[in-house]
Write a protein that binds this ligand. Structure first.
Ligand SMILES: Nc1ncnc2c1ncn2[C@@H]1O[C@H](COP(=O)(O)OP(=O)(O)OP(=O)(O)O)[C@@H](O)[C@H]1O
Ligand SMILES: [Mg+2]
Length: 282
């Protein structure tokens, strides 16, 4: 008998998308399928132009596929009923500043994110001060940050605020596109740790796009490797990283190794939990 845990929270079946320019066609998605199970994090890696962002944009219904189907919690969705899927998912972008209205304080942006939409259960969400307090505590930003504006925060703080807004909105699927790529190593480690905690505490599922296999190895349960719009390898994250089957995956790994130990591909571990700096709490 199937339980809800057997139903993917998100499924893309055979997505195809071709972009046409004057002189050529780009097959950005070439029969791409994804199954994201509840409470899991799926990493998506591949060289620049391999189709990672295009995939996420199609899943979020920001673009329409030429072929293929999308399902959220077992229910098919398209651009027409995108609001249904929108209740369940939120995007986290590389440019955290750009994802906020610069003229709006965080309190307003975060509340709008929740009140302007229905929650996963279909009901319009009421304010939940206890949840907001708990989320701010998790990201190590005190309540005074709510009165501040995006321009007055560091990149890492602003990205943590965007994660607070996403989870507070009621979405339980995060679509992260290079969410840690603009951050320095320390802020990156903090955000990764935060995402891990949110996954555990709020049963959040994620698609995590990154060009950085080091980050992916620390966070993701599964990984899919994309090249030229196709999935060339997919499987358990540590298995793929420790025993890549495809030459292309090995090339990506070699490129990371050349960058040096800083990237640190290693097993999921809490021994490297980052320290929160005092300055984060100002
Ligand atoms: N709107 C568009 N019009 C034309 N071509 C596009 C469009 N969007 C994406 N592409 C092309 O589709 C391919 C995949 O792009 P995509 O942005 O998904 O790559 P990516 O894997 O996210 O790369 P990066 O790591 O640089 O972010 C690229 O060749 C890109 O030029
Ligand atoms: Mg991209």
């Amino acid at each position: 008998m199937s339980s809800t845990n057997d139903v993917p929270v998100l499924e893309a079946r055979d997505l195809v998308r071709t972009f046409h320019s004057k002189d050529r066609e780009i097959r950005a998605l070439d029969h791409v399928s994804v199954r994201l199970m509840p409470g899991k994090i799926m990493g998506v890696v591949g060289e620049s132009g391999s189709g990672k962002s295009t995939l996420i944009r199609h899943i979020a219904c920001l673009e329409k596929p030429d072929e293929g189907q999308l399902f959220c919690c077992g229910q098919e969705y398209t651009g027409r009923n995108a609001a249904f899927a929108g209740r369940h998912m939120q995007m986290i972008f590389q440019d955290a500043y750009g994802s906020f209205d610069p003229k709006m304080c965080f309190a307003k942006s975060i509340r709008e994110g929740r009140n302007g939409r229905k929650g996963s259960d279909g009901k319009k969400a009421e304010d939940d001060p206890a949840l907001l307090r708990n989320l701010l505590e998790k990201v190590h930003l005190d309540e005074s940050f709510l009165k501040r504006y995006p321009g007055s925060l560091s990149g890492g703080q602003c990205q943590r605020m965007s994660i607070v807004r996403a989870v507070y909105s009621g979405a339980r699927i995060l679509l992260c596109d290079e969410a840690t790529s603009a951050l320095d190593v320390a802020s990156q480690a903090q955000v990764i740790e935060l995402l891990k905690e949110l996954k555990e505490e709020y049963a959040i599922s994620m698609i995590f796009v990154s060009h950085d296999l080091g980050v992916v190895s620390q966070l993701c349960d599964e990984v899919m490797v994309m090249k030229n719009g196709r999935v060339v390898e997919h499987g358990d994250c540590l298995e793929v990283i420790s025993h890549p089957k495809e030459a292309y995956t090995r090339e990506l790994l070699d490129a990371v190794m050349e960058v040096g130990d800083e990237t640190g591909i290693h097993e999921h571990s809490h021994s490297d939990t980052p320290e929160w700096k005092e300055t984060d709490l100002v």
